[in-house]
Write a protein that binds this ligand. Structure first.
Ligand code: SDX
Length: 429
């Protein structure tokens, strides 16, 4: 067994090395503090991780696989519901399992009518991510089947269906709320993505005409967003879940983490960035100069990644699908033209080359969502809809570990030394 050695204060400590399926190496430092009294510092967790069998990413080669299947193959051949089953249960479903899973999703697609009344009290400008977080948090009120206290697998299956299916319903309802239209309820006779598009765009006076191309595109986008190993929101779901709180509350924490513009919120920020460039006199060079300037807070949204130091495979697929869809609809989008110019210029720019900054999943996804008629403030909700199975899969993997270790990082204290209380009248102004 390979080991790592640490020499400290004249002593040598051995730590085991763990080697993964794809030959990734890690030093297991779980005994470090106990053996040496030292901890490690690792801002942003660049070098800190866990073992997982859900997703594999090779950031240098631009590889992404769910349970061993390449994401490009799943995006081409699978459906989001089937990929969700794969991520959560670790295998592709049989015909029977696929049918049972679909029935469970349909049976759990409605919101409790009392939940629908929540929407009445919300202001029309409420951000859909805030609505999603509020509603998913209330699942613990309306659907109090806690997997943690009930080892019955049927309970877990129901919670999976509740999250996958109702998050989609909440997303559509939050859009209807924002445009003052009545909710369109989910239907039993439509597939997952077609149901969502119908809930979004049908109305009592204007039926929505099924659009198989849009449905296929949405399936592909949700598949590409379904998991991404230990990213910020997934690590949040794991950490919150490690306290043994229920699955809904853990996923709700993930939704809030995803909203940030450095994370899933970037897909909204990309479009806002492209719109502001389009409305300004800024040249592509001006934009890149700002993105590179240390004195300017601006960053090129949709570019760069903690793990990918090569093309994000999802961005490659999304860009291709985006160009194909706009062409098939004989439409263009000036924001796409700007995005293409930005990408071309950045990929030739020393600053971006040196830092290995490439377009990530968020750079082109918003262009497709726009072409599908989805408003910008809904983009991160679509990201969350896709990421639900990944969050569940990672939560379950953590929960199945025996014993569950509560996540509790340590620190090195850098604050004031011991000092004593002074009554306020003795304190200097
Ligand atoms: C997602 O982790 C995941 O897997 C996330 C995700 C998933 O599926 O879950 O892939 C989804 O969140 C994608 C990322 C979406 N965010 C953005 O597009 C926001 C813009 N990108 C950056 O903020 C940044 O690239 C991050 C946050 C994505 C990654 O940040 P890191 O890994 O902490 O890198 P860093 O900030 O330390 O940057 C290293 C250098 C710095 O320059 P120097 O200090 O070395 O001179 O690269 C520069 C940064 O200034 N840099 C950028 C840049 N991204 C990094 N400079 C300009 N524009 C950028 N976009």
């Amino acid at each position: 067994m390979e080991k790592a050695q640490l020499k400290l204060n004249g002593k040598t400590y051995d730590f085991p090395v763990v080697v993964g399926t794809e030959n990734e190496h890690a030093i297991d430092i779980s005994r470090l503090r106990r053996d040496t009294g030292y901890i490690t510092l690792d801002e942003g967790f660049h070098n800190t991780g866990c073992e997982s069998s859900v997703t594999f990413i090779d950031g240098e080669k631009g590889i992404l696989r769910y349970r061993g299947y390449d994401v490009a193959e799943l995006a081409e051949k699978s459906s989001f519901v089937e990929t969700a089953f794969l991520l959560v249960y670790g295998r592709l479903p049989t015909v029977t399992e696929r049918k049972q899973f679909s029935v469970l999703l349909t049976e759990n697609s409605l919101l409790h009518e009392d939940m629908n009344h929540y929407f009445t009290g919300l202001p029309p400008h409420a951000h859909p991510m805030a609505i999603l977080s509020t509603m998913v948090s209330s699942f613990a009120i309306f659907y109090p089947t806690y997997f943690v206290d009930d080892k019955d697998p049927k309970t877990f299956d129901t919670m999976v269906a509740i999250l996958l299916s109702k998050v989609r319903t909440i997303a559509a309802f939050s859009y209807k709320k924002s445009i003052g239209e009545p909710f369109v309820y989910p239907r039993h006779d439509l597939r997952f993505c077609g149901n969502f598009l119908n809930m979004m765009f049908a109305s009592p006076v204007k039926p929505y005409e099924a659009d198989s191309e849009a449905e296929a595109l949405l399936n592909m986008l949700l598949i590409l967003h379904a998991d991404h190993e230990q990213n910020c929101s997934t690590s949040t779901v794991r950490l919150v879940g490690s306290s043994r709180v229920n699955l809904y509350s853990s996923v709700c924490a993930g939704i809030n983490a995803l909203w940030g513009p450095l994370h899933g919120g970037a897909n909204q920020s990309v479009i806002e960035m492209l719109e502001s460039i389009h409305a300004s006199e800024l040249t592509i060079k001006d934009v890149l100069d700002r993105a590179k300037s240390k004195s300017h807070p601006f960053r090129l949204f949709g570019f760069g990644h903690r793990v990918y130091k090569n093309f994000d495979p999802r961005a490659v697929i999304i860009k291709k699908a985006c160009l194909k869809f706009l062409e098939s609809r004989k439409t263009s989008d000036p924001l796409l033209d700007i995005a293409l110019e930005l990408e071309e210029a950045a990929l030739k720019d020393e600053y971006f080359i040196e830092r290995k900054l490439y377009p990530n999943v968020d750079f082109y996804s918003g262009i497709i969502y726009r072409a599908l008629g989805i408003p910008t403030n809904m983009f991160t909700v679509l990201f969350a809809m896709g990421r639900v199975p990944g969050w569940i899969a990672q939560w379950k993997e953590m929960h199945d570990a025996v014993p569950i270790k509560i996540g509790r990082p340590r620190q090195v204290y850098m604050g004031a030394p011991l000092r004593f209380y002074k009554p306020i009248e003795e304190r200097e102004e």
